[in-house]
Ligand binder design. Structure first.
Ligand code: C5P
Ligand code: C5P
Ligand code: C5P
Ligand code: ZN
Length: 531
């Protein structure tokens, strides 16, 4: 790049130079779609640069996890999609000489700095809407390609991290030179833009219909490199894989009476269109329609929405920018950035980050099938979770609303459920929502367990006493002053926990039994922010 801002680019180059001089690196990343794509970008970058590495995934970077990392033999640890919020703890290990951190993250940083810290928020770029963890990793990937090329070309003397000198090239450049014949997009890492787009979409950075800011630059690079295609399209989930009736029935973000959540209504709507939307007797998917067919369905949908009194602002949301991964097969989850990201969440949030990483790295046989199985489970869990919240309702406080799922929703997806439930009956969009779930849920309960549960049966007494809280807001609340990262940090620490995240979405861990106190404190802080 041609980074989003020159200072971010300079910082990326510094991080890249350090990584190039490493004999090996420990790569640590977060267990969601953005964390997985971050790791996949970083892994391919290190691999192409010839820097040996090992990858680990963590649900949360807490003191114990960081201590565990410090106890490994690695001198350099590359953190992606987390690390900034824990810089205070990481910094102590750095001071003690345990390892040098390199961080590519977009979460709100703790009150501490380090040399190789790549975070959009340090450079005036919004980390919740303009650059994701995968985006930061992509900026690093582009810098690393540049650094490797320069060292390869110049044959200059490189000072290694251990103070010794290597002539000609760092470990980095020598391997890269043997890469000489591959396409430019690959050698300069621009092909990785596709994964960066999936990460950004996975973190809902396109929530106003399209990606913007630094993300938009990455999209442009991906388009140039031939790995991403964009276009105005229906902004509904499931364009590649959902048969048309399901595609329409399940699309509830813009609620269209008589179609949304209405199986026979959706079928009737399609039947009345006078198009042949089946192939071999099976309903086709949106992506398989011709542009004329899409046009016909879309206009009929808008017409129906208007006639049923759906407000114009809502109708506008029916159309958005779609991000297509052009190298992926039509009709698969991998072709649509949004479906791809959901597939990844379905792996990593169920202790199977290895499967999601395999898919990102191109393992299209074993890993993809496995991921699809996990996806069916994830979908069911989300839908049951949303039903639970909607039927049992949420508790309204003055400035916030909340529910406690106990062990009935897995803590790793309770935030997704809370976000998706907002706007449903009884769940307001004018207050942030706080969702509690037991941290031990995936170990002790058969509910929402996924297939990984059997593999993890070690009872952990401490974990039984911890509660996860996820918070979700809306962009309109953020414009009025809401900052959930601050709320989660402050309110959780007030009750002996810890947390952080973004203005619009954040999380925390609190001790069991302190939930109500936490809500009281959060209610106060949100009240102050919105006043
Ligand atoms: O850890 P990380 O930054 O990747 O997670 C961000 C989370 O915030 C995601 O679960 C994403 O779905 C959520 N989010 C949201 N609404 C937004 C932006 C992000 O719910 N507008
Ligand atoms: O991106 P995020 O993980 O927050 O997406 C929320 C989940 O909602 C996805 O995992 C996907 O399965 C589901 N999805 C859906 N229908 C929609 C939007 C999202 O099933 N309209
Ligand atoms: O887990 P959840 O999806 O609710 O996380 C929302 C955001 O808050 C994510 O960006 C996550 O990384 C962050 N978070 C955090 N500290 C925690 C829990 C979540 O920074 N203890
Ligand atoms: Zn992220």
């Amino acid at each position: 790049m041609t980074g989003p801002v020159p200072e971010l680019e300079d910082r990326a180059i510094a991080c890249a130079e350090h990584l190039c001089d490493c004999d090996r690196v420990l790569l640590a990343s977060h267990i969601d779609a953005d964390g997985l794509t971050s790791a996949a970008i970083a892994a391919q970058t290190l691999e192409r640069a010839g820097v040996p590495f090992e990858t680990v995934f963590e649900k949360q970077l807490d003191e114990d996890v960081i201590a565990g990392i410090a106890a490994t033999e690695y001198d350099t640890v590359l953190f992606t999609d987390f690390g900034s919020g824990q810089l205070d703890v990481i910094g102590e290990h750095e001071d003690a000489g345990a390892f040098t951190p390199v961080i590519a993250d977009h979460h709100q940083p703790a009150d501490r700095e380090t040399e190789f810290h790549l975070n959009p928020l340090l450079f005036g770029i919004n980390g919740a809407s303009e650059l994701s963890g995968a985006g930061a990793s992509y900026v690093l990937a582009r810098a690393l390609a540049e650094v490797a090329d320069e060292t390869a070309d110049s044959g200059e003397t490189v000072t290694a991290a251990d103070g010794g000198e290597r002539t000609g090239s760092s470990r980095c450049s020598s391997e890269r030179r043997s890469d000489g014949g591959t396409a430019t997009a690959r050698t300069d890492n621009r092909d990785l833009a596709a994964l960066a787009v999936v990460g950004a979409v996975g973190d809902m950075q396109d929530s106003e219909g399209e990606l913007h800011g630094a993300n938009a630059k990455i999209v442009a690079e991906g388009v140039e490199a031939g790995v991403v295609e964009t276009g105005k399209d229906l902004a509904l989930y499931g364009k590649q894989t959902r048969p048309l009736p399901k595609f329409l029935e399940y699309a509830t973000d813009v609620y269209i009476p008589g179609i949304s959540n209405d199986q026979s209504g959706a079928l009737r709507f399609l039947d009345e269109l006078d198009l042949d939307l089946k192939s071999d007797g099976e309903w086709r998917c949106w992506a398989a329609l011709t542009s004329e067919e899409k046009q016909t369905v879309a206009s009929a949908l808008v017409k129906r929405a208007v006639s049923r009194g759906v407000p114009a602002t809502k109708i506008d949301q029916l159309v958005g920018t779609s991000y297509v991964l052009s190298a992926e097969p039509v009709g698969t989850e991998l072709r649509d950035a949004s479906e791809f990201s959901t597939l990844l969440n379905a792996t990593a949030r169920y202790d199977r980050a290895d499967v999601g990483l395999g898919v990102c790295l191109g393992n299209r046989e074993g890993a993809l099938e496995r991921a699809r199985t996990l996806l069916r489970n994830h979908r069911r869990n989300l839908s049951e979770g949303i039903d639970l919240v909607t039927t049992e309702g949420v508790t309204q406080e003055e400035h916030v609303q909340w529910f406690h799922a106990g062990d009935r929703i897995r803590e790793t997806i309770v935030g997704i459920v809370a976000g998706m439930a907002m706007g449903n009956d009884g769940v307001s969009r004018s207050k942030p929502i706080f969702a509690f779930a037991e941290k031990s849920a995936e170990r002790s309960s058969a509910n929402q367990s996924g297939e990984a549960a059997e593999e993890k049966t070690d009872g952990d007494d401490e974990a039984d006493e911890e509660i996860k809280v996820s918070a979700r807001g809306t962009h309109s609340l953020v414009r009025k002053g809401l900052d959930l990262s601050q709320v989660m940090g402050e309110a959780s620490r007030a009750v002996g926990g810890d947390g952080g995240g973004h203005d619009v979405a954040a999380g925390a861990t609190v001790p069991a039994g302190r939930e109500e106190e936490f809500v009281e404190r959060a209610d106060e802080i949100v009240g102050e922010q919105l006043s």
